[in-house]
Write a protein that binds this ligand. Structure first.
Ligand SMILES: [Zn+2]
Length: 193
């Protein structure tokens, strides 16, 4: 059973690559449908099928072969390795975020649901609230945020709405209000030590 699923996932990725080369509107799920017809598939329940779709979507995203990423992509994604390479400096990563579509964003959220021990609808609701507020969401393989034209916080990559806050470190860098609060608290903590 597991072997069959693995075979279908691999078949779906190959089929998707082939179909996608000719038609950019094809999704990994189309590749899966193709693979299921080609390789034959047992009668999966709706849940089993959805989990297969999720696996295929994730695999195609991670392999970097699914990047419809239109120029006006509603969301952006930063792989964890890119941020690690610059020692967690978000300001060095501006320009390296990749646009992702709504459906890719949802695939990433399902990845988050797998690691956060909370009901799925709560995780998704909270994640959507955070991204709608311009904040950066940390997921197991990287970071996602809503695409905006606002200036980005150099400390956390979030959109700075309004005037933001002045960093206490140099008194001139504009950071987001959340990071401003964190710095203020750190400062306060330093005083009472
Ligand atoms: Zn920030």
């Amino acid at each position: 059973m597991i072997e069959k699923k693995q075979q279908l996932i691999e078949g779906a990725i190959k089929a998707f690559e082939m179909l996608y080369a000719k038609d950019k509107t094809v999704t990994p799920e189309d590749g899966l449908v193709w693979a299921m017809e080609d390789l034959g598939a047992p009668d999966y329940t709706h849940e089993e099928y959805e989990s297969l779709v999720h696996s295929v979507n994730s695999a195609c995203l991670l392999k970097g072969i699914w990047s419809l990423a239109p120029n006006n992509a509603p969301y952006e994604y930063l792989p964890v390795a890119v941020l690690d390479a610059v020692y967690g400096d978000f300001s060095a990563c501006e320009g390296k975020w990749k646009g992702i579509s709504e459906s890719q964003y949802n695939v990433f959220l399902t990845a988050l649901c797998c690691v956060v021990k909370k009901p799925e609808e709560d995780v998704i609701r909270e994640a959507n609230e955070l991204t709608a507020a311009g904040k950066v969401l940390s997921i197991p393989i990287g970071y996602i945020r809503k695409t905006t034209d606002e200036k980005k916080c150099p400390k956390c990559g979030a959109s700075i709405f309004g005037i933001g806050a002045l960093s206490r470190i140099d008194n001139k860098t504009v950071i987001c209000s959340d990071c401003g609060t964190t710095e203020a608290l750190e400062d306060y903590g330093g005083c009472i030590q």
